[in-house]
Design a protein around this ligand. Structure first.
Ligand code: SAH
Length: 234
């Protein structure tokens, strides 16, 4: 079953190069995946096609209104139903106060056939969008971005790596930092040509062809790196 991701965003131009480039570009071309960008402005009524308004109760800034987003969601669901049979759908709302995205969450999300991602802007989104969609709020980190677009791109990049056939070599998923056997540890250092660069040589053991020793070396280095990174205080 093809994986379909519909992104609801008032700034669709964020996705122009993303959809054309790298593994995502390839997966869209081969039909492994489909990504549609849906603009709530197209579902907004009135002369000015407003998508945002002031916040009830006061406070600075604007909030995205519920109606255009909900209409965009309804369109996404109808459109998907017309083409595909599956009901395995998730609604994700990008939010700094959501569940923190990690490799387990990304892997679990990859089970869904249809993912609707809602991107906030300004001060965020009318709370009724979460109530009506039952969507899960996901954060990509403990900091505030100006909008959900980049966050949704991060989400899509991390989830799509778990789609069957997305990576040329599925083994790389297991060897990556924070996944498979390396769940709690970061990746070991890696080298490519040339053997010596600015007086720094590739560790001899990696040229030895002894896979057991190489594995042991990598595990040691990965643990050391993890320890070092955890100590960094900024
Ligand atoms: N007023 C909000 C921040 C709004 S930021 C607050 O204090 O929590 C505007 C939008 O950017 C959010 O609605 C969300 O969609 C997106 N966003 C910002 N930071 C994010 C993060 N760390 N992870 C995911 N989405 C984020």
């Amino acid at each position: 079953m093809k994986k379909v991701i519909d992104v609801i965003s008032i700034m669709p131009e964020y996705f122009d190069s993303f959809l054309k480039t790298g593994l995502i570009g390839k997966a869209l071309k081969t039909g492994l995946m489909e990504i549609n960008i849906i603009n709530p402005r197209d579902f907004s009524s009135g002369k000015y096609r407003r998508v945002d308004d002031k916040i009830y109760g006061g406070g600075a800034g604007q909030l995205l209104m519920a109606e255009p987003i909900i209409k965009a969601c309804e369109y996404s669901v109808e459109n998907f139903k017309e083409k595909y049979k599956s009901e395995k759908r998730a609604v994700v709302i990008m939010s700094p106060s959501g569940k923190l995205l990690d490799s387990d969450a990304a892997s679990e999300m990859s089970d869904f056939d249809h993912i609707i991602i809602i991107c906030g802007r300004y001060e965020g989104i009318d709370a009724r969008v979460a109530d009506l969609t039952g969507g899960i709020e996901i954060s990509i980190g403990s900091y505030i971005l100006s909008g959900g677009e980049i966050a949704s791109i991060v989400f899509i990049e991390s989830v799509s790596r778990y789609f069957k056939g997305f990576l040329g070599n599925q083994e790389s998923l297991k060897e990556e930092s924070l996944s498979g056997d390396f769940k709690k540890i970061l990746e070991y250092p890696q080298y490519t040509k040339p053997k010596t660069f600015k007086n720094l040589s590739v560790p001899e053991i990696l040229l030895s062809g002894n896979h057991k020793l190489i594995e042991k070396w990598r595990m040691e280095k990965a643990l050391k790196k993890t320890e070092q990174i955890r100590k960094i205080k900024i």
